[in-house]
Design a binder for this molecule. Structure first.
Ligand code: FAD
Length: 288
């Protein structure tokens, strides 16, 4: 199924994100995760793609294809372009289409620290144009957006202005970067609508349930940390069980508030942890 059609018929659309196993040759382990995540009744599952654009690593395509064929769940394959040549990208788009994948999340990817890039693609909108050129009728395109602005943009207004290039290039659904302050999301969506962006926006939510995530994700995300969130961390960072419960509850409260306020979709960053996803799902199921 084409993902944009889902948003025409259902509100909120509920989706999950997973990443391919990091260890090479360990791809089968992800299917245990998918099998458990299936109990969350997701409308689709998206599979991330390594920024390196290494064609030998076909795992995103393989996993997205199997989610669809074996589990009967719609899938989205992420694809980045900044570290790939035009030929690499063409080949990957061809592979996605051959695997009957109907939806792609078109991303630029992060530029490596040494600033090296292949120079065929500079931004996600150029990838979206390439997907349109090669597969206009077969692949629907989703894109990323940033409620607090992408870190390279001087302002949120500038970032939203740039976001319009993606929409112009055929992106029909947006998924946000994770955030912990719903107010940032509401202000972002309000601004985007005022600036003419009409496509559905799914809110990216990541439950923070252990101290490793606090160090890595929270510290690196650049997301605003509201008082309730920092209070939760300072109360429970040395108490793993309490932090787990509180982190789930924080995400649940965020999601319930978003749904009550009419969000188009909820995209849960599962970190390949079905236990967390299922706990969240149990507490929001009545609103989906
Ligand atoms: P762009 O849309 O190209 O934006 C990057 C910057 O350039 C922004 O500051 C923007 O304002 C500006 N810009 C955009 N278009 C133009 C233009 N035409 N002219 C001038 N400036 C412009 N990374 C991975 O490696 N693999 C993944 O699977 C992955 N999945 C993700 C999923 C989601 C939902 C999100 C939110 C991010 C994901 N990322 C992933 C991270 C992403 O690759 C990085 O955030 C990257 O830095 C930006 O990608 P983008 O597609 O948003 O880039």
């Amino acid at each position: 199924m084409k993902i944009p059609e889902l948003y025409e018929h259902k509100k909120p659309v509920f989706s999950l994100e997973i990443f391919p196993p990091k260890k090479k040759g360990n791809i089968e382990s992800i299917y245990d995760t998918v099998e458990q995540l299936a109990h969350c009744n997701p409308d689709f599952i998206s599979v991330t793609y390594g920024a390196g654009g290494n064609l030998a690593d076909n795992s995103t395509c393989e996993i997205a294809s199997r989610i669809k064929k074996q589990y009967g769940i719609e899938s989205v394959a992420h694809l980045t372009c900044v570290n790939s040549s035009k030929e690499d990208v063409e080949e990957m788009i061809g592979r996605l289409a051959e695997a009957d994948i109907e939806n792609v999340l078109a991303l630029r990817g992060d530029i490596s620290e040494d600033g090296e890039m292949k120079h065929d693609f500079h931004h996600a909108n150029e990838l979206a144009i390439e997907v349109q050129r090669k597969c206009r009728d077969n692949l629907e395109i989703l894109g990323a957006c940033y409620p607090e602005g992408h870190y390279e943009s001087k302002s949120l207004d500038e970032d939203i202005q740039n976001l319009k290039y993606k929409i112009g290039a055929g992106v029909k659904v947006l998924i946000t970067q994770l955030f912990f302050d719903n107010q940032c999301f509401y202000e972002f969506v309000g601004k985007a609508r005022m600036m003419g962006i009409k496509v559905p926006v799914s809110a990216g939510i990541m439950p923070i349930v252990n101290s490793r995530q606090i160090e890595r994700t929270v510290a690196l995300s650049g997301a605003s940390l509201p008082h309730d969130f920092t209070k939760m961390i300072s109360l429970y960072e040395n108490n793993p069980e309490k932090l787990f419960e509180a982190g789930i509850q924080y995400a649940v409260d965020q999601i319930r508030d978003l749904i009550i306020n009419g969000v188009d979709g909820i995209h849960l960053y599962t970190m390949n942890n079905p236990k967390v996803a299922l706990k969240v799902y149990e507490k929001i199921e009545d609103l989906l």
